[in-house]
Design a protein around this ligand. Structure first.
Ligand code: ZN
Ligand code: ZN
Length: 1014
């Protein structure tokens, strides 16, 4: 506002809230004074420690606003709990390996798949490139944390690719190995032909992995071997699996029928006859016979592709059930025909059905999911590309009934979006199914804050499928299992030392626990003396991060910090990190315990229109770019205030700068208002102390006014509610509580009640003014601390520039303050209720004024109140406040409308049994006085702004560009005003140009006027 205040030292508050400048300044302050580092040094004085382990972001991309939302929640918890006196190892961590990073590097190197990668680039260079990529993204993440004000310790970060981490991760596998929970076996796994690796069942259900795809919808028939015209009618959307078909399955207890269509008899379940015939548009058909499903078991059928897939003929000689009907309960009789063809090489249930009957598994695929020569004419064709070729071959053999297209939801790879294929492969598994009851028991004990995510988490865990942890990739934690090439004996080596000491050949110096170096290590078999080679797998990247509670700490820290107190990550982590942490910890400890006491699952963040943020839509909000031009505090407050942490949040830039700005800016300006007045009167915060409903000044007791007591009571409520809501992770509600205190309680209600008392600088009101400063000091400083977890920059700035300026003995940073605690003795609920009556009455008077177009700053002579006794009494008790807030000279309380009230001079407003009447007549004398007081207040504020002390008497006050009417009203009050604002004379000017001076703008009824003091 004035040139003088701008030139002030860094300790002063600029007249406008300019968060970007302020945040830059505070960031420097933190870094220069090592505030974050000092906060960590408080461990020894803490009242206890809260374990924490960082959910490591994968370093394969740039941090965006969705990540930032989660990081802010972590930082809120950290700053808040630290202020409560706890110590927390808030140390960073980075997920560095696995498919996401490999794919990023493949893209950079321009290779299409793994084979090309290995041929053209080689493993060693590839691994160097992976390391380069994670370092590049690491820089982006650290910068985003810095801008966002996240107080995480970057120096103590863990990196999942480092040898020491890998070694400790291997400990988990060793424990699993010892408990026979780590097994090799053939299983049907979801396999991505693009990434050329299998996926865990958790990854298959990953957020957004089901996509609408188009597939063939094929009805086909297999002829009953012993009959010339009987066929089984079957349906599939994956014709390629007919190549690996080995059995048909029916539901043993369901009723099957023979349906005569033309010259043929089709066998299918009874309840599906009508819908299927309708779908096939067959009008003439006849049911000729009924058979129980189990009677069909053992029926042989003619597999039609034997001539082009000779291996199928060979299979028939190996097991009598090949190409035979079996009975299985999983057969669903409510879809398709109730006859299911089984391809054990391509389906999980099919696989188990074959396994338990010892029927051979036929899975003729290579790593790119192309058929091998065992698939006869299909040799070299990619599985899904074989679909229509199979249909053609079936058609040539009179086996096709109908082929159409169907659009359905089908799982795709969460990384590369290829359609997944189910394949029987040799993999390594954690047999989590064997410990499922322990895992569930552990999960039940976890605090999840909200019902829905907990249910979702438990439902997923209940599936209890074995966890396929092997990946046929390069950049990852190697599976530490070696197998003897002669006798098949296996050995698990879980330490680098053991590896080096027992290796057959000397291990080179640049050795690290990665492919290809670890592959070069061989051992001598203890059983037969043969050579043992490492199983060529790396681990599922989810296993890496799931090992963090043990792998990221030393043994000593692990004891101290695990189980951790509180973790939070996205809702998609029910299948990810929350799951892998839990399972690995149960394996490690053998106990039904989780490594975390509480887990807050966050909803995902979408764009303003509610669309998922994606590269293809170009709507990703990158954190660093966002924070170049936007305030971190505003983003933080906005994201927490907008919705519950579990809700999907639509991030809207427009909203960001509206309400959130208003809230923070109001806190800023209230603090500035307090500081200016307090400094003007040389307020010293260390001199006051609250004592019940009084305030103690050195040795003088001063009684508080009702408005003060009300403020104290509301403040206790605010502290209590805010803390409770932080505890229950209702961050949005905690923010609403703070917002309400600043905007409503302080700015809209308390300050108007006391503002007038600060206008004067008379010695006789000095004590009262000091009391008000104490009130504002206590309330604003408290709320500044409550805001610190969410708006750390603003809180620190206010702390330094207001509170520390007034009291140099305060701690060096707001972060070293104690979290406020509510004082029950200051809470007065009946007073709060009475004040509710008061405020309601005030708003009724405003409503009445509005009808008569009477501006609020025009004083009125009288208000007539009709209200129930209890309410009237409350108003009478606080009448000075009532009159002050309504800007009315007197109140009259009556039981009925008086006779003289009526006609067009009176207006009223009512609610329930309460009526307020005011006279709509303008009173020139009162108007003049009101205008004078209004202007006097602005002049006083300007005096303080310009740094005049109370005793200064200025030469002149000039007021310019009031309208004619206002100039007339003010004329006779110039003398009174001069006395009020301590000036020798008040001058009125029609135009600013009449005087060449340093004019200051002010607004009156929405129009600009100008003030000048000298
Ligand atoms: Zn993929
Ligand atoms: Zn051996």
């Amino acid at each position: 506002m004035t040139t003088k205040s701008k030139a002030d030292s860094s300790l002063s508050l600029a007249s406008d809230y300019r968060p970007l400048e302020l945040e830059r300044e505070i960031r420097k302050f933190w870094e220069k004074n090592r505030i974050r580092e000092k906060l960590e040094l408080r461990e020894k004085d803490s009242k206890g420690c809260l374990g924490y382990v960082e959910g490591p972001p994968t370093l394969n991309g740039i941090p965006h606003i969705g990540h930032s939302r989660g990081r802010v929640m972590k930082d809120i918890r950290y700053r808040w709990k630290t202020m409560q006196g706890f110590y927390m190892p808030f140390w960073a961590g980075w997920d560095c390996q696995g498919l996401p990073v490999e794919l990023e590097v493949e893209k950079l190197l321009g290779v299409k798949n793994k084979r090309e990668l290995l041929e053209r680039v080689g493993e060693e260079r590839f691994i160097e490139e992976c390391k380069k990529v994670i370092l590049k993204y690491h820089g982006e993440w650290v910068e985003a944390d810095r801008r966002l004000g996240v107080f995480i310790n970057q120096k103590k970060a863990y990196w999942t690719y480092l040898d020491e981490y890998i070694e400790r991760e291997w400990k988990y596998l060793k424990r699993a190995w010892e408990q026979n929970l780590l097994e090799e076996g053939y299983y049907v796994v979801a396999y991505c032909p693009g990434c050329q690796t299998s996926l865990s069942s958790a990854e298959v259900g990953y957020e957004g992995s089901y996509k609408e795809v188009e597939d063939p919808s094929l009805y086909f028939k297999f002829k009953v071997a012993s009959s010339e015209k009987e066929y089984f009618l079957v349906w599939t959307t994956m014709p390629f699996t007919i190549i690996t078909d080995t059995m048909l399955a029916v539901q043993p207890d369901a009723e099957y029928v023979k349906v005569k269509v033309g010259d043929e008899i089709w066998i299918m379940v009874r309840q599906r006859v009508e819908p299927v015939m309708q779908e096939l548009a067959i009008e003439e058909y006849e049911i000729t016979d009924a058979i129980l499903g189990r009677k069909l078991e053992g029926t042989k059928y003619d597999y039609p592709l034997k001539d082009i897939v000779p291996k199928q003929a060979e299979l028939e000689t190996k097991h009598e059930l090949v190409h035979t009907v079996i009975g299985e309960d999983f057969v669903d009789v409510d879809t398709a025909t109730g006859v299911v063809h089984l391809a054990p090489g391509n389906g999980e249930e099919d696989f188990w059905a074959a396994q338990k009957r010892k029927v051979p598994i036929f899975a003729p695929f290579d790593d790119e999911v192309k058929f091998t020569k065992d698939a006869g004419v299909f040799n070299g064709i990619f599985a899904r590309d074989a679909d229509y070729r199979v249909v053609e071959e079936l058609r040539n053999r009179n086996a096709v009934v109908s082929v159409k297209k169907v659009v359905h939801e089908y799982p795709t790879c969460w990384r590369s979006h290829h359609k997944l294929v189910w394949l029987a492969r040799k993999e390594y598994f954690l047999r989590t199914d064997k410990i499922n009851s322990k895992v569930l028991e552990a999960a039940e004990k976890i605090e999840c804050y909200f019902e829905e995510p907990k249910n979702r988490f438990l439902a997923f865990l209940k599936e209890g499928k074995p966890w396929c942890i092997s990946r046929e990739r390069v950049w990852g934690t190697p599976l530490p299992i070696w197998t003897c090439e002669k006798c098949g004996h296996k050995r698990l080596v879980a330490s680098k030392k053991e590896l080096i000491e027992t290796a057959l050949e000397e291990v080179p110096e640049d050795f690290e626990l990665h492919k290809p170096w670890v592959d070069r290590v061989t051992f001598k078999c203890e059983k037969c003396g043969g050579v043992m080679y490492r199983e060529d797998y790396v681990l599922d990247t989810w296993h890496n991060s799931g090992a963090s509670p043990y792998a990221r700490f030393t043994d000593e820290d692990y004891e101290k910090f695990v189980p951790t107190d509180f973790l939070t990550e996205g809702i998609d982590q029910t299948r990810g990190w929350a799951n892998s942490l839990l399972i690995e910890y149960v394996i490690l400890t053998r106990k039904p315990e989780a490594p975390y006491r509480a887990f807050l699952f966050q909803g995902l963040t979408q764009d303003a229109k509610g669309r998922k943020m994606s590269k293809s839509l170009g709507n990703i909000v990158e954190t660093n770019k966002l924070l170049e031009k936007n305030s971190a505090d505003l983003c933080r407050f906005y994201m927490m205030r907008k919705c519950s942490p579990i809700d999907f949040m639509n991030f809207d830039m427009q909203e960001l700068n509206r309400r959130s700005y208003q809230v923070l800016s109001t806190l800023y300006h209230l603090s500035r208002f307090f500081l200016q007045n307090a400094e003007f009167d040389q307020f010293q915060p260390e001199r006051y102390r609250f004592l019940g409903n009084k305030i103690l000044w050195d040795r003088t007791l001063v009684t508080l006014q009702p408005a003060d007591m009300w403020l104290l009571s509301k403040l206790q409520e605010t502290i209590e509610e805010c803390t409770l809501k932080l505890e229950s992770c209702d961050f949005n509600v905690a923010m609403a509580v703070l917002e309400n205190f600043v905007i409503e309680t302080l700015s809209r209600l308390y300050v108007p009640m006391i503002r007038k008392e600060l206008w004067t600088d008379e010695p006789e009101t000095y004590e009262r003014r000091q009391t008000i400063y104490a009130m504002l000091h206590y309330a604003l400083k408290t709320v500044t601390m409550l805001f610190n977890p969410v708006t750390p920059y603003l809180s620190e700035a206010l702390y330094q520039k207001v509170y520390k300026k007034l009291d140099a003995k305060l701690p060096a940073s707001v972060n070293f303050e104690c979290w406020p605690e509510p004082d029950g003795k200051m809470r007065d609920k009946s007073l709060e209720e009475e004040f509710e009556v008061l405020f309601k009455s005030v708003s009724l008077v405003y409503a009445a004024r509005q009808q008569a177009k009477l501006k609020r700053r025009w004083p009125l002579s009288k208000v007539i109140v009709i209200a129930p006794e209890k309410m009237s009494n409350a108003l009478k008790r606080y009448e000075p406040l009532f009159l002050e807030l309504t800007n009315v000279k007197a109140a009259e309380y009556v039981a009925e409308v008086p006779d003289y009230v009526g006609g067009e001079n009176w207006v009223s407003a009512s609610e329930g049994e309460v009526y307020m009447f005011v006279s709509g007549q303008r009173d020139e004398k009162l108007l003049g006085e009101g205008l004078m007081r209004d202007l006097a207040r602005r002049v006083q504020a300007l005096r303080k702004d310009l740094g005049y002390v109370p005793t200064d008497v200025v030469d002149a006050v000039h007021i310019a560009e009031l309208n004619k009417e206002n100039m007339g009203l003010l004329e006779s009050y110039r003398g009174e005003m001069a006395e009020l604002v301590r000036t020798k004379k008040v001058y009125l000017h029609g135009s600013r140009s009449e005087l060449d001076a340093d004019w200051h703008e002010a607004k009156l009824d929405g129009k600009l006027i100008y003030l000048h003091i000298h």
